[in-house]
Ligand binder design. Sequence first.
Ligand SMILES: [Zn+2]
Length: 251
Amino acid sequence: MQLTWEEPAPGVVRTRLRGWDETVGAIAGTEAVLLVDAGPDSVTTAALLDDLRARFPQPVRHLALTHIHFDHVLGAPALPSATRYTAKGARQLFTPEALADLVADATAHGADGDQARRDAARLTPPEVEVDSTATLDLGGRHVVLASVGPGHTASDLVVHVPDADLVFCGDLVEESGEPQAGKDAHPARWAAALDALLALGGESARYVPGHGAVVDAGFVRAQRADLARRFTADTPGSAARGNPASPHRGA
Ligand SMILES: [Zn+2]
């Protein structure tokens, strides 16, 4: 599997996966690597990890899952030794019923159903739910995990790399299409989540969307304004709009 990596800062890389264009990122310190999201299946993630091992000698000790959608989490079983982090409240999305929904969503979006079922069967709840913020020491580099949702989902986690002035946003920000709001989104809270994201990264940061090219604070602010307009009424059905190329539960 040929993957293309960008290096937005020294020791920070990300790839945009083929198919759904979701971001998987990696942040390396001198002691450990943090993976940001796990991709849509364990075969893809195994290939990702091969690439990362060639690039970084440090072990991938941590996995931050920005939110529980199939294209970001079903690859997690390929990395069983990592400590997994989610935003608060995400553990309840690991029940057999919720995992069956995840598989159904993956299949509806064209993923291999057998592979999705196998991965979901091995997907276990996160060890750590981040309540507000948590700081990880990767060796010579600290990263901040922040629970800024609800917004795109009930549990949205973002990852700030202060020394690189970079924030991984998950699907709270999308550049390659309109942000997806499915039935598990909290449209009325989304703008506030982006306010928290902007407060974390500040004006100078670069923001890595869940889908699409790296953007600046101005882009995030404009998307915040669009979302606020789009969901002013927060009416049923408002969640049906979105980028058809971008997978989303219930979209
Ligand atoms: Zn999503």
